[in-house]
Design a protein around this ligand. Structure first.
Ligand code: XMP
Ligand code: MG
Length: 184
């Protein structure tokens, strides 16, 4: 539906679904359903992580609550500026809670390391990260991640929540964007 903007399908809808099952199983094992800290708190990073977050939550066998945060580091460019701004903060206090950040993609890792520092200063009982995608650059940044769905090549990807200039989030798969779209 986007003409030839998508150069190739990198991860199909079916591959995403079975990975989400796998990650849900892994996550559920780490958090007891009757933890004294209460329900696991999923913190989704808007907007890219919403498809992953809702699919993951539906597959988790432990009760979860959901909060969202919006941070901005990119504008509509395709490389990280390292400058992170909170566009929307959490509605609730996370002190004493088991918090799991749900991310769409870790690229340079700058956004996530900033987010980890920010959220840990609010004294959660625990703070972990699950990300659907990770690019090779992230391996050079020191960010501890509990679970990763797919390590992907260093290409700009869209779909399943990921956008370029707010487009392509609605694709059910993850694809690479033809460089002509961003003038590459
Ligand atoms: P850093 O570099 O801070 O970036 O780890 C993380 C955020 O940048 C966005 N990002 C992408 N968005 N396709 C996208 O649609 C990509 O290939 C891509 N790489 C990074 C994303 O918002 C992520 O949270
Ligand atoms: Mg984004």
């Amino acid at each position: 539906m986007y003409g030839d903007d998508i150069a190739s399908v990198l991860i199909s809808e079916e591959e995403i679904a079975s990975k989400v099952d796998e990650l849900a199983e892994l996550v559920a094992k780490r958090y007891p359903a009757d933890a004294p800290e209460g329900d696991l708190l999923l913190v989704g990073v808007l907007k890219g992580a919403i498809f992953f977050m809702t699919d993951l939550a539906k597959k988790l066998t432990v009760p979860t609550q959901m909060e969202f945060m919006a941070v901005s580091s990119y504008g509509s460019s395709t490389s990280s500026s390292g400058v992170v701004r909170i566009m929307k903060d959490l509605d609730k206090d996370i002190a004493g809670r088991n918090v799991l950040i749900v991310e769409d993609i870790i690229d340079s890792g700058l956004t996530l390391s900033w987010l980890l520092r920010n959220l840990s200063s609010r004294n959660p009982a625990s703070l972990e990260v699950v990300t659907l995608l990770r690019k090779p650059d992230a391996l050079r940044t020191q960010v501890d991640v509990m679970a990763v769905g797919f390590d992907i090549p260093n290409e700009f990807v869209v779909g399943y929540g990921l956008d370029y200039a707010e487009r392509y989030r609605d694709l059910p798969y993850i694809g690479t964007l033809d460089p002509k779209v961003y003038g590459g």
